[in-house]
Design a protein around this ligand. Structure first.
Ligand code: GLU
Length: 323
């Protein structure tokens, strides 16, 4: 029984990532679970060991600990390949030659069914003829592999409902997700489902940008006969301009804040405050296990948090709740 945090080691963790990690840690510890870290480094072009080291150091600096070794997805390609073969043997995998641009154009011409998340794949290559496939291959195009999520497009998408600890009841459709990218790399939705199951993850706390992908992941779990963890999708942090938090917004990582003279403990205090988590302002990192004892993920402040620089405060910033 574990909770987990699964960052992509492509840069420094920003305050939004740290806040998600903190909530995942508190949720796991408050329910007597282990807490594991998994590096989602499928994208080896961007992922780098120095980012992984930096991210782990930052998590430790705000007082988080984890159990066992850190797992890396880049070392598990064989496992994903086996799962793909299982789905393929059941006739649930097909080749897709569409570029992103082609998918976008297709969606513009014929909008998605109402239950599908924006950008869902319209199923173009489901019915590709052998002649067309051969022509595309001869043209040098390499296919991605997609899941045949429902047996017939005419019946509409498979609908999956679940109760999210934070976001409440959620229902969404499942499109034909990519299982292997056209560069041969396993796709996120497949890898995450396998890893969560194999690592004994029974609680997933992550950013609510992934709420729409959860029905896809539950569908894959069912197809692969894997158990479904409980989910808690927590609000993201945005900049004052309404864009997702990034370096453009100023000092938003521990490094940047340290250069401004801000300690990790002050950052932790502000992060707890922004989630409405009860804590004592004095040295929050020493008291994290006490905080965990009283923590309830369902009771955190809902709605997005907006980052604002606030030089006169101990953390140098505030995360204002924007409802
Ligand atoms: N690796 C993803 C990210 O960094 C998180 C995936 C997950 O938690 O399922 O956004």
């Amino acid at each position: 029984m574990s909770g987990r945090f699964a960052p992509s080691p492509t840069g420094a963790l920003h305050l939004g990532n740290l806040r998600t990690a903190l909530l995942a840690w508190l949720a796991a510890r408050s329910t007597g679970r282990e807490f594991i870290i998994r590096m989602e480094d499928l994208d080896r072009v961007q992922a780098a060991p120095e980012h992984e080291r930096g991210q782990l150091a930052d998590l430790a600096a705000i007082g988080l600990d984890w159990d066992g070794d850190v797992i890396r997805q880049s070392e598990r390609f064989d496992i994903y390949r086996d799962a793909l073969a299982t789905l393929d043997a059941r006739g649930l995998v097909y080749e897709c030659f569409c570029s992103r641009r082609e998918v976008r154009a297709e969606i513009e011409a014929a909008p998605n069914a109402p239950h599908l998340p924006p950008g869902s794949y319209p199923g173009t290559c489901r019915t590709l003829t052998t002649a067309r496939r051969d022509a595309l291959l001869a043209d040098g195009r390499t296919p991605a592999l997609r899941l045949r999520a429902s047996t017939s497009m005419d019946d509409g998408p498979e609908l999956i409902a679940f109760d999210d600890i934070v976001a409440g009841h959620h229902e969404g459709g499942v499109d034909d997700v990519v299982l292997r990218r056209n560069d041969g790399v396993p796709a996120y939705n497949l890898a995450v489902v396998i890893d969560d199951a194999m690592q004994g993850v029974t609680q997933v706390v992550r950013g609510d940008d992934l709420l729409d992908s959860t029905p896809r992941q539950i569908h894959l779990q069912r197809l692969l006969q894997l158990s479904t963890p409980e989910y808690g999708h927590v609000p993201l942090v945005f900049g004052p301009d309404g864009e997702r938090l990034s370096k453009r917004h100023g000092s938003v990582s521990l490094d940047g804040l340290a250069a401004d003279g801000v300690s990790p403990a002050a950052v932790l205090t502000e992060l707890l405050e922004s989630c409405g988590v009860e804590h004592s302002r004095a040295d929050a990192s020493r008291q994290l296990s006490d905080v965990a004892r009283r923590f309830d993920l369902a009771g955190i402040t809902p709605g997005v948090a907006v980052f604002e620089t606030a030089p006169s405060t101990p953390a140098g910033f505030v995360l204002r709740n924007a409802g």
